[in-house]
Design a protein around this ligand. Structure first.
Ligand code: BMA
Length: 348
């Protein structure tokens, strides 16, 4: 999977990704074989993203109501069609029992570290994450590789693991504890993505909470448009230059781990805002957030009849974008990357 991500960027292309792509969209929820992106351009995204929030509580469905069984099934299907899967985790606040956005207390990260009052409970949460990820297997028992993206947007202060809510040392310890526990549970099929927000002013600030070399495979940022096109293009350009510098220094892949313009109030956003900036940098993928079926106006990808849909088709047709049908030609696909090297040698 890492080979694929790197190959795509080396060829001057990037994969398109969409959160919760095959499980709901505008005007539908739970249908099989459906995707707003596919309805618009005839192809699934190369990368699909899902969220693990609420798995730690042992729930059947995640924080947005998507059953974990369905997520597992869709992750396997995406892998088998040659595509990639990434997962974020909006983990509940382990101290207060409220959600990930509860920032009422700045001792929460400390409380889950060794010696903290919530440590034992939290290790149980990590085990549930590991068990779920390890359960995502093909029919012949191969674990599906997943780009895991925990503790994201941590340079902002809206999640309990955010900048003002813990020290750099505590954040790093949280990352390492997560990494080590998942490895102890055998989750060696994962790649790890480190994705702050747009806050870091330079490479040093970007690396302030860098957990350690060797425990991150891909870096990126979550960067949404809120203001004008010019402001967004300038801020995206600035932060992608920082990400590129860090990616070269640390020899890790890079991406735009979340992006979008809620309700897409710009009918040429895909080819006139996103593409011109992103094409300047060696990104492996660009991922847009979900098309909520139950939150009016909360969508980031087009759907049939949506005003930016025609522009999205141009974006799809651009030789630089990679969707699932392109991925096989580009790098052989995620499944090919998982072939053991010895088997490849024997076959040659
Ligand atoms: C946010 C919003 C929320 C959602 C959360 C986790 O950005 O989309 O509605 O619950 O992500 O997916």
């Amino acid at each position: 999977m890492l080979d694929c991500l790197k190959t795509v960027a080396r060829e001057g292309k990037f994969m398109f990704g969409h959160h919760d792509d095959p499980v709901y969209g505008i005007g539908w929820a739970g249908d099989e074989g459906r995707s707003d992106v596919k309805s618009v351009c005839g192809d699934y995204p190369a990368l699909m993203s899902f969220d693990l929030g609420d798995i730690e509580l042992g729930r059947e469905a995640n924080l947005d109501g998507v059953p974990f069984d369905r997520i597992r099934r869709e992750a396997v299907a995406q892998y088998e069609r040659g595509g990639m899967v990434t997962m974020s985790w909006h983990a509940n606040n382990p101290a207060t029992g409220k959600n990930a956005w509860d920032v009422s207390d700045s001792s929460v990260v400390r409380s889950v570290l060794p010696g903290g009052v919530n440590h034992d409970k939290f290790m149980g949460w990590l085990d549930r994450v590991a068990d779920f990820l390890n359960s995502i297997k093909t029919a012949d028992g191969r674990k599906v590789p997943v780009l895991f993206r925990p503790w994201h947007e941590h340079t902002g202060s809206w999640f309990w693991w955010g900048q003002a809510l813990c020290t750099a040392g505590e954040y790093k310890a949280l990352w390492m504890m997560t990494y080590n526990r998942l490895h102890e549970k055998g989750a060696d099929q994962l790649l790890w993505a480190y994705s702050p927000g747009i806050e870091p002013a330079d490479a040093a600030a970007f690396l302030e909470r860098w957990p350690a070399d060797g425990v991150v495979d891909l870096i990126g940022v979550d960067a949404y448009q809120y203001g004008t096109k010019a402001d967004y293009m300038a801020s995206l350009d600035r932060i992608m230059a920082v990400v590129t510098e860090v990616s070269k220094a640390k020899r890790v892949a890079m991406a735009l781990t979340e992006a979008g313009y809620e309700s897409i109030p710009d009918s040429t956003w895909w080819t006139q805002t996103l593409l011109p900036v992103i094409s300047k940098y060696p990104v492996s993928y660009v991922l847009v957030w979900r098309n909520a079926h139950d939150k009016p106006g909360h969508y980031f990808a087009p759907y049939p009849g949506e005003p930016s849909a025609d522009d999205f088709v141009k974006f799809y047709d651009d030789p630089r974008t990679v969707f699932v049908k392109d991925i096989e030609a580009c790098c052989g696909g995620a499944a090919a990357c998982r072939k053991p090297h010895t088997a490849q040698i024997k076959n040659n």
